[in-house]
Design a binder for this molecule. Structure first.
Ligand SMILES: Cc1ncc(COP(=O)(O)O)c(C=O)c1O
Ligand SMILES: [Zn+2]
Length: 437
């Protein structure tokens, strides 16, 4: 039996329940769920209520809903009375309320960054701080949704190849749901990712290679072991969780999308998800047809999407010798690269690469200017924004949202190259004065 974990009533804010809330909760329970899964390339259809990975043509599947029904039953003004998590967008997520596995993901702050904005030439700079999610990264959104769907579909053994943060999130949600987690990640992932996964009780394998090598192992062993493959875009549910970043930014900006969104792009799920969210919101009648310029930010040492964008190619090529401290951006070839490139091109955006040194410098600047200690991936967006304002691609008055996809606290090895502790010996690292010697 799948484990039903969360009472949907608990997902609502702790406020006195009024009749209105009860009616709304009932409506949410009865709201039609996903109608089917649709291939992103050949448009083949698959049932929404059975486990599925890729289409037979090898492309990712996307979850589809009947917006002609939902738009009449879930109004924009209703959203604010939902829970202060990403599940406030429950009617456009594929999970039934009784299967939801939540640790409080989403509804992260959108912060106005005035001091940093002035420094980089922006009059309207905002940071969406995803570092405040459970497991300190935006991966919580995708994995909350994917693990919830596993609960719903009765899947009990999950496997994931990960650059680091997705592994931590999967381990946490699998633990919360009582499911088995098998994790494959590069041997040199940040220490935080390894320790978290072990603490959450996952089966962890460190691989001498990149996320692409980890993915190969999961694909080879998955069927025999009975694992459901939660690789980026090899199942349709992580996108659904991540698309809530798009709903949220619209809601937090009063349903007026910004002029530009900077997104640190590895596998590109967040970018694809937000692009899907904007389309869905238009179908719901919540926003118009204007879109933000979608800007894919990558690392100089691993920039397959930037290269394909500059070469005007629809797909990226495998990026040899991928290397960067921004471990989440160390994805040499993404399955959904063509979807990312589509979003960037259709939106009139661009793709840009940033060096590791620039990321660490911008991370320190963002921290000291605004009090937000960002992952290098998030800090990369600051550098990219500064460059695109300086070269005139964006105007100072444009409303710019930078996605800080994780907390800097998960990258202490990388940041310690910038802030070395000269006096620290091993004992001090364990707690200094309060540790008995
Ligand atoms: C902190 C951080 N930012 C960005 C990314 C890239 O995410 P996506 O796969 O959505 O492009 C990752 C992926 O691991 C990450 O951990
Ligand atoms: Zn297909």
């Amino acid at each position: 039996m799948p484990l039903k974990r969360t009472n949907p009533c608990l997902l609502y804010p702790v406020v006195p329940l009024r009749k209105y809330h009860l009616i709304q909760m009932l409506d949410l329970l009865l709201m039609p769920k996903a109608t089917h899964l649709e291939c992103s390339t050949c448009n083949s259809r698959y049932p929404a209520d059975a486990p599925n990975n890729l289409c037979t043509c090898g492309s990712p599947l996307l979850v589809r809903y009947d917006f002609s029904v939902i738009r009449h039953r879930w109004l924009r003004r209703d959203v604010s009375s939902g829970p202060a998590t990403m599940w406030r967008y429950g009617p456009v997520l594929p999970v039934s309320p009784e299967s939801i596995v939540s640790l409080g993901e989403g509804w992260t702050p959108l912060l106005r960054a005035r001091r940093l904005g002035a420094r980089i030439g922006s009059e309207s700079l905002w940071v969406k701080d995803e570092g405040l999610n459970p497991t300190a990264s935006f991966k919580a959104r995708g994995l909350s949704c994917a693990v919830s769907m596993c609960v719903e579909l009765g899947i009990r053994k999950l496997a994931i190849p990960s650059a680091g943060n997705a592994a931590s999130a999967m381990a946490a949600y699998a633990a919360a749901a009582g499911l088995e987690a098998h994790i494959f990640m590069p041997r040199d992932v940040p220490q935080a990712n390894y320790i978290e996964c072990k603490a959450y009780g996952a089966h962890v394998t460190l691989v001498d290679g990149l996320i692409s090598d980890c993915g190969r192992i999961v694909a080879e062993r998955g069927t025999e072991e009975g694992w459901f493959d939660i690789s980026t875009l090899k199942e349709p549910y992580r996108i659904e969780g991540k698309k809530t970043m798009g709903y949220e930014v619209a809601e937090q900006m009063g349903w007026e999308l910004p002029e530009a969104i900077f997104y640190p792009t590895g596998g590109g799920v967040g970018m694809i998800g937000m692009w899907k969210a904007f389309d869905e919101m238009e179908r719901l009648g919540w926003i118009g047809s204007r879109r933000p310029k979608m800007i894919a930010v990558q690392a100089e040492g691993c920039q397959p999407v930037v290269r394909a964008f500059e070469e005007d190619e629809p797909y990226s090529r495998f990026y040899d010798g991928a290397r960067t401290i921004a471990s989440g951006l160390r994805v040499p070839k993404a399955l959904g690269d063509f979807l990312v490139l589509n979003a960037v091109r259709e939106s009139g955006g661009t793709a840009i690469a940033v060096s590791d040194e620039e990321m660490l410098g911008a991370g320190a600047q963002l921290a000291s200017d605004e009090g937000v200690f960002a992952a290098p991936e998030g800090a990369a967006c600051v550098v990219a924004a500064q460059k695109l304002i300086a070269n005139g691609f964006l105007k100072p008055a444009d409303r710019i949202v930078l996605y800080n996809t994780g907390s800097g606290l998960k990258y202490l090895e990388a940041y310690s190259t910038r802030f070395p502790r000269t006096a620290a010996n091993e004992q001090d690292k364990l707690g200094g004065l309060i540790t008995p010697r």
